[in-house]
Design a protein around this ligand. Sequence first.
Ligand code: DAH
Length: 355
Amino acid sequence: MDDLKAELLAAVAAATDLAALDEARIAALGKKGRLTDAMKALGALSPDERRARGQALNEVKDAVTTAVEARRATLARAALAARLEAERVDVTLPTRAERAGHLHPISQTVDEIVAIFADMGFALAEGPDVEDDFHNFTALNFPPGHPARDMHDTFYLPDRADGSRMLLRTHTSPVQVRSMLSLKPPIRVICPGRTFRSDYDMTHTPMFHQVEGLVIDETTTMAHLKGCLVEFCRTFFDVDDLPLRFRPSFFPFTEPSAEVDIGCSRKGGELKLGNHGDWLEILGCGMVHPNVLSACGIDPQKYQGFAFGMGIERIAMLKYGIPDLRTFFEADLRWLRHYGFLPLDMPSLARGLVG
Ligand code: DAH
């Protein structure tokens, strides 16, 4: 018995790859294996002999099984290590120009927006694409049944056990709520991200991007809001005298609310940004509504602040002369090569925004 055990274990130990190990396993434990044969032969023995020999055989079987598994783990590790070695990629090698990837204009635009606001002292904040009703609507002063909810063409997920349902966020404003709930004033955050509405035509895609800004402290006013946005628009569009016009508007989560237009000209069917007498709407903003502050655990008697939200595709189209919104999401490589950006040209205010 000891010889048999030593022999089988030696065969397992001698296997240098997974195929050889399998052979050794079958030779011992397979249908016609040595141990299987020996087990079959037990039937011819007397009951006492059978018990003793059966027990001994089982011990050998356990030892061989354990040895096979251990050897298998060792060989698998070695095989993986060999494969990793063989498929090693030197990431420091330069890429070939024709293989170089490009940054999507949305990524570039987000990087630019974040660079400008980071320079003004804003921190980056993010939130989930799948939201609940509280963060997307209720905390933003859209009470249940409020008509403004209908304007959002919301995508809902299936009902949960308690009857509530999650949704795809219809704007980046829920990140305001999350920021106020998790940070202590003073708060200064910029929140870019994906947003979703059930809408598809020349100027709407079901997934698009927005960026949200939020400032909360004790003394922030509409004048600060205006200063930040003027600074942002002039830097982003690189037009020093770009005029901004604040028009009264309505959003449930701000009071007062405004929409902001930038100066442009549409002469000859061509859009040109600057001080040319015509106007183009680019964003919504206002002073955060006291109900929103309260819903987010911030005392409206002590704190106040402003918020703004804008569509990223829209300002990317304006800045980079991209005529059709839908092309952003067609994943057409020729389009990406034409409108894309070199990946290592991170925008910074010091170097200028555009590479
Ligand atoms: N959430 C608004 C929308 O999607 C945009 C917006 C407007 C955001 C005004 C704001 C704001 O923070 O103050 O239409």
